[in-house]
Design a protein around this ligand. Structure first.
Ligand code: SF4
Length: 502
């Protein structure tokens, strides 16, 4: 224990407030020399995207479903940006990610960082661009968050991997889920985050969800193999053009409806319905990042129920609403980022309007294109169901949603089986939700639930586990079908008897 030296008047007379006094005495106790304080290590992330560079800069992005990435490209091009969506990450991307990334990262980091580096290598090695040209004329936009899981470290991972791969200085703009894009702001910024930007992006998200939902509803029942994908490819083009030319979407949606209605289907096939939940990226990607789970399930004869990105936006709004009533310190908390002066009632109103507007937009597009009886999740209901098993204040990953969704899937008989997919060692999903799910499956023994972790290899093990569970799901679907038939027969024979009696 170091001995505290007597404070010298000369040393303390410049200290102006009690915090500085406190710090001074604590530093003295720990024998820290005020004069030799070291600067904290800081790794700068280049984020400048200036208006003067807009015409020469290509914005790279990706990581959602293929439909979303494609439509977002159309919307952003329509706003005058040079945009290029990256291909869906594959095992080649994973190899690049593992080569240049740190050990112990989440799978999505390896896949997405590796996918970017793979593309930059392509620009350099195949297209013959120099490193300087690439760094100057390209940038990447990705989403980030403050965590609390490893998501908060992604942007540093990009930086490290880019530097080690020979692209030091490459710009990564971070789209913070709660607070927008982090980059140079003001008049000099090339990114104009105005209503047109958010509306264009939101439309791409809603339309991508709608097309995906339609695809999974139709593809399994198509009579002519490949006809659904062909119709969807045409629909994507119509919608891309409408977004790119910033036209009214309704005529494009009507054209899409005609395309999709021309697909012949046989709805008498009995198929188990399988819901995919889990970690956001693992359940969203359609490539090797989740062993092409959606396509595999369809090949095995299951109707897939995917989570929409719209639901994720609604969850972010719910988080805002849920946290707002806790602004009870707004009188006392007067710091620079404090709560003083905040207006919770107004904030709640704005969030409620945003929630309503998104739902109305979604259902309007859905009805016109022909997606009927599609229900966006009620976020309060999910939170309520999960509450007694998972604290609604816990954040990171999907929060309480995985638990709430499984309970609702079973209680409301929404699907025959639920798969929860997550990267290996995912903190919120494997570490917390799956622990809780073992209790849920005890409480609801008829739940057919399968948690799977992805590592990039070991696909055969995953496939065989799914196949085993699907056997049960098929039996459950058949039973449900037989019960519905029996019920229908009873109703019909009862009605015939009544008619004869009269
Ligand atoms: S949710 Fe899981 S996989 Fe995603 S960043 Fe967090 S720890 Fe990693």
């Amino acid at each position: 224990m170091s001995k505290t030296k007597e404070p010298v008047m000369e040393e303390i007379k410049h200290l102006s407030d009690k915090n500085e006094f406190f710090r001074y005495f604590e530093e003295q106790k720990l024998a820290l020399d005020l004069q030799e304080r070291k600067a904290q290590w800081f790794d700068p992330v280049p984020r400048q995207f200036l208006a003067k560079d807009k015409a020469a800069t290509t914005i790279l992005f990706g990581g959602l479903t293929m439909a979303h990435d494609y439509l977002a490209e159309g919307a952003l091009k329509g706003l005058g940006y040079n945009v290029k969506r990256l291909e869906c990450p594959d095992t080649g991307s994973l190899r690049f990610g593992k080569e240049f990334g740190n050990r112990g990262q989440c799978n999505p980091t390896y896949f997405t960082v590796g996918n970017l580096i793979k593309y930059l290598h392509h620009l350099r090695d195949t297209e013959g661009k120099s490193k300087e040209e690439i760094v100057q004329n390209y940038l990447f936009v990705t989403s980030g968050s403050c965590g609390p899981c490893r998501f908060g470290t992604y942007v540093t991972e990009y930086r490290k991997a880019l530097r080690d791969a020979g692209f030091d200085g490459f710009r990564v703009l971070l789209f913070q889920q709660q607070s927008g894009v982090k980059q140079a702001t003001g008049d000099k910024s090339a990114l104009k985050l105005d209503t047109s930007f958010f509306l264009g992006f939101l439309k791409a998200i809603l339309l991508g969800d709608i097309l995906n939902a339609l695809g999974y509803r139709i593809r399994l029942y198509e009579v002519e193999h490949g006809s659904t994908d062909a119709a969807l490819a045409s629909c994507k083009k119509y919608l891309y053009n409408a977004l790119y030319k910033r036209k009214w979407l309704i005529p494009a949606l009507i054209k899409c409806r005609k395309e999709l209605q021309s697909v012949k289907v046989d709805r008498t096939r009995v198929k188990p319905k399988v819901s995919i939940i889990g970690e956001f990226w693992a359940m969203t990607t359609e490539g090797d990042g989740n062993y092409q789970l959606q396509r595999f399930l369809e090949q095995e004869g299951a109707e897939v129920d995917v989570q929409s990105l719209t639901a994720w936006i609604l969850f972010l709004i719910w988080e805002g609403r849920y946290d707002t009533p806790w602004i009870k310190l707004r009188k006392e908390d007067s710091g620079p980022k404090g709560l003083k002066g905040k207006k919770p009632a107004l904030r709640l109103k704005m969030l409620a309007i945003a929630d309503r507007a998104i739902r109305v937009m979604f259902q309007t597009y859905a009805r016109v294109i022909g997606l009927h009886d599609y229900h966006l999740p009620d976020m309060d209901e999910i939170a309520k169901e999960a509450h007694s098993h998972y604290n609604n204040h816990l954040r990171g990953g999907e929060g309480h949603m995985e638990v709430g969704k499984l309970i609702l899937n079973v209680k409301k008989r929404k699907v025959n089986m639920t798969i929860s997919v997550k990267p290996f060692g995912c903190m919120p999903s494997s570490g917390v939700s799956d622990g809780v799910q073992s209790l849920i499956t005890e409480k609801y023994p008829n739940a057919i639930f399968l948690p799977i972790e992805t590592t990039g290899d070991g696909a055969i093990n995953v496939y065989s586990r799914i196949q085993m569970m699907l056997f049960k799901a098929r039996q459950a679907a058949q039973k449900e079908f037989d019960e519905a038939l029996a019920e229908k027969k009873n109703v019909t024979s009862g009605a015939s008897k009544l008619i004869r009696a009269y």
